[in-house]
Design a binder for this molecule. Structure first.
Ligand SMILES: C[S@@+](CC[C@H](N)C(=O)[O-])C[C@H]1O[C@@H](n2cnc3c(N)ncnc32)[C@H](O)[C@@H]1O
Length: 280
């Protein structure tokens, strides 16, 4: 598959749908990656802290998309000590943003691979990260088994998945405006406490911890602060709509935002993620 052309047909329909979804979303993710760097950094902090990275480590970042947390982690690695980060993703088109944003970072390299079948030797990496990727993998247990296989004994895997929709203002508002699009449900697949942890224990990890990560910010309601999320997370849903339908969605979002805007023109935007940390 090339980053430019359409993806080749895949014998597994669910996987093929995911490949097409992310292939079509790559440009939007690349376009917004720089302006989303600050919120992305806030999410990276607890994830990277949980990994306790050392400059000589090999970190495998799964589902890197436009490059986080791989790029941030790679900047802290020491090539002289063998430190490196492998940014991997199912879809080469999604890695285009990571390649552009990570150009010149000597410790960063790229790998197009399905996380359920990694072309890596057993026990070959010290750490694994995955930020908002596992939800999209139909056979998540196979992906976690692969993480366990390629991680060295004593290694750590840390992942972020979304918590409940009710705790995620942007997804809740956009879902209401879009009228319950199928792309949304999968985001909350591991929202219930304990679901992620069970997967990792069943795969053979020694210790597993799961923490709720809740953040709140005030957004300027007069600005379309919701547009990056709409473009990136709902590319296929938008592509299915006419220009009039898309304009109607934007009107509904604006109206919903107005209802929740405070006297000072700000709207509270809550985020609820789940941080999973597993030790092998
Ligand atoms: C929401 S994006 C997350 C990107 C990035 N980690 C971030 O947090 O900004 C989800 C990514 O998961 C990738 N993905 C979906 N299924 C995958 C699989 N089976 N193996 C590897 N990556 C996969 C998609 O291509 C997409 O880039």
């Amino acid at each position: 598959m090339s980053a430019g052309g359409p993806p080749a047909a895949d014998p597994h329909p669910v996987r093929e749908r995911e490949i097409r979804r992310w292939h079509d979303s790559g440009q939007a993710w690349d376009r917004w990656a720089d302006s989303m760097a600050d919120p992305a950094a806030r999410l990276n902090q607890p994830l990277l802290a949980a990994l306790a990275l050392q400059p000589h480590h090999t970190l495998l970042d799964l589902a890197s998309g436009a490059g986080e947390p791989a790029i941030t982690a790679a900047k802290g690695m020491n090539p002289a000590q063998g430190g490196r980060v492998l940014a991997s993703d199912l879809v080469p088109a999604m890695l285009a943003g990571a390649r552009r944003r990570g150009a010149g970072v000597a410790t960063l390299s790229f790998l197009a691979a399905d996380m359920t079948a990694l072309p890596l030797a057993p026990a070959s990496v010290d750490r694994i990260s995955c930020r908002f990727g596992l939800m999209f993998v139909p056979d998540a247990a196979a992906a976690v088994a692969e993480m366990h296989r390629v991680l060295r004994p004593g290694g750590i895997a840390a992942l972020l998945c979304w918590g409940p929709k009710a705790g995620n203002t942007l997804f809740r508002l956009l879902d209401e405006a879009l009228g319950g699009v199928p792309e949304l449900a999968v985001l909350f697949r591991f929202a219930e406490e304990g679901t992620l942890g069970r997967l990792f224990l069943e795969a053979g990890f020694d210790t597993v911890s799961e923490t709720a990560l809740e953040q709140s910010a005030l957004a300027d309601a007069a600005k379309p602060f919701w547009r990056p999320t709409l473009d990136m997370a709902f590319t296929p849903a938008l592509a299915r709509m006419s220009a009039e339908a898309r304009a109607a969605v934007e009107d509904r979002i604006t109206a919903a935002v107005a209802l929740e805007t405070k006297m000072d023109g700000k709207i509270p935007v809550h985020l609820h993620a789940r941080l999973l940390v597993a030790h092998k």
